[in-house]
Design a protein. Structure first.
Length: 185
């Protein structure tokens, strides 16, 4: 096994960091949701039990995914360490005429695109469902005031969907750049 055969666990890092941010922002609310039956027993209903079950499932799934991601990263680091040691042994046994230089230039710009979007996506929580219709909703809300010009709702829709399409294109380009960098490394 060589260094080229080992794939870098980019998805595992994303899950670990995203799960940590998600846990940091939502676990207190989920904990309160799970404690409502003990906190307010007179408000216990079928819907409370359903919401409590959903909160428990989300907590368990997040912990399970973070555990699997951590194991994947640990296995990658162990495999990389073993292959690096074998490469060092193989190169040290050969002639030392040519120095072994490893060029690992990795692009930073994909992470500048992906990380703020991921933080925004995680911080919105369940409101992420509103993203596809957000420009339409905002355009509809802008017409409630009587003094709004007729072009404002159209402008809100064009700018909103333009930003969404532009960011989607940037994310696709960032993922392609990361894949290309991981293949060449």
């Amino acid at each position: 096994m060589t260094n080229e055969n080992i794939q870098k666990p980019v998805l595992a890092w994303f899950i670990l960091i995203g799960g940590g941010l998600f846990a940091l922002s939502t676990f207190p609310g989920m904990l309160l949701m799970m404690l409502i039956p003990f906190w307010k027993p007179d408000e216990l209903s079928f819907m409370t039990i359903i919401f409590m079950t959903i909160a428990v499932c989300i907590v368990v799934t997040t912990i399970w995914a973070m555990k699997r991601a951590f194991q994947s990263i640990r296995n990658y680091n162990l495999a990389k360490k073993v292959t690096d040691e074998t490469i060092y042994i193989n190169t040290s046994s050969q002639d030392q005429d040519e120095p072994f230089i490893e060029n690992n230039k990795k692009p930073i710009w994909p992470w500048v695109v992906i990380i703020p979007g991921a933080v925004l996506l995680i911080s919105t929580g369940p409101a992420v469902i509103m993203f596809p219709i957000m420009p339409l909703f905002l355009a509809g809300m802008s017409t409630d005031s009587g003094s709004t010009p007729d072009y404002i709702p159209f402008l809100i829709i064009i700018i909103g969907y333009g930003l969404m399409i532009g960011y989607t294109i940037l994310v696709i380009m960032a993922i392609k750049a990361l894949r290309k960098a991981s293949k060449t490394a």
